[in-house]
Design a protein around this ligand. Sequence first.
Ligand SMILES: Nc1ncnc2c1ncn2[C@@H]1O[C@H](COP(=O)(O)OP(=O)(O)OP(=O)(O)O)[C@@H](O)[C@H]1O
Ligand SMILES: [Mg+2]
Length: 300
Amino acid sequence: MSLNRLTKRFGEHRGIEDINLQICPGEVFGFLGPNGAGKSTTIRLAVGLTHPTAGSVRALGMDPVRDGARLRRDVGYLPGELALFARLTGKETLERFCRARGLTDTTYRDQLVERFGAELDRPVRMLSKGNRQKLGLVLAFMHRPRLLVLDEPTSGLDPLLQEEFTRLLAESAAAGATVFLSSHDLDEVQRAVQRLAIIRDGTMVTVDSVEGLRARAPRTVELRFANPQDAYGLDHIPGVSLVQVDPGRVTLKVTGPLGPLLKEAARRDVQDMTATPSDLDELFRTFYADGRDDQGADVH
Ligand SMILES: Nc1ncnc2c1ncn2[C@@H]1O[C@H](COP(=O)(O)OP(=O)(O)OP(=O)(O)O)[C@@H](O)[C@H]1O
Ligand SMILES: [Mg+2]
C-alpha cells in the first residue's frame, strides 16, 4: 500500500498534510500519535471511506476513490468506533457479514471466535467494550484479507488477548498480508510492528524501524573517576548532554553510538560505569511534545 502526498482538509481545519508511506506485503506497520493527530483520518482515506483533498492512495493495486467497494472486499478494516447493528447478536452479525462477503467456509472464522472468546449469543448493544472489539477483530480477519487496516485494534482488550492479537498479526503477515494499524500503546507496537511512523498535528514526524528508533533513543550513562576533575568536560562530545556532574562522578545522556564518549573517558582513570538501555519512551515523549527528533533537527 502506498500513500502519496496524502492530504485531507476539513474546510478550514487541518486533517492531514502531505503524508507519504509505503507498506509492503508481509509487513506490519504501526501508526502512532497524540489524540487528534490524524491517524483515523489517514486510515479512512486508505480504505476509501473518505476522499483526499490532494494526493492519492494505492492499495492492492487499486485506487480506493474509484474502486472502493471492490477494494473493501479484500480489506480487513477495523474502525476506531465500531458501529454494529445494536439489536443483532454477535452470531447474527457474523452471518450477515459472511453473506455480504460471500464467505461460505467458516472454519477460520470459528477458530478466531474461539481464540478471542468472542461472545456470540448476546445482542451487540449489551456487549462490553472489549467484547465488541473482539467481534470487530473477527470481522476484520475472518475472510483472510490481503490488506488489514486496523484503527486502535487492541483498545479495550485485556493483556492476554493483546498477546493473542500480536500472534495473529504475525501469522497474517507471514501469510503475506499487508498490515497498517494505529495505536497509543508503545509497548505493544514495539512488539508487533517492524516499522512505525509518528504523526503529529497532521504531519509525519518520523518513520523508522523499531531498531532504528532504538538506536536514536537516549540512554543514561554514569561514570565514576579516580580523579575528581575527570568528571568534567565530557558533554562537548556530539550526542552527549549533561544531566548532573559532581567531583568524580558524572551522569550523561547519550544519543547514538557510545564510542566517542568511551574513547574520551578511556583517556581518564574510569573506576566504574553504568549505562541504562536506550529509552524509547523518552524518545517518543520528545516526538509527541514538540515534533522534533532527538538530534534537535526539525523533521517536519
Ligand atoms: N469529519 C470531520 N470533520 C472535521 N474535522 C475532522 C473530521 N474528522 C477528523 N477531523 C479533525 O481532523 C484531525 C485529526 O483527527 P483524527 O480523528 O484523524 O485523529 P486521531 O489521530 O485518530 O486521534 P485519536 O487518537 O483521538 O483517535 C482532528 O483535528 C479532528 O478534529
Ligand atoms: Mg483516531
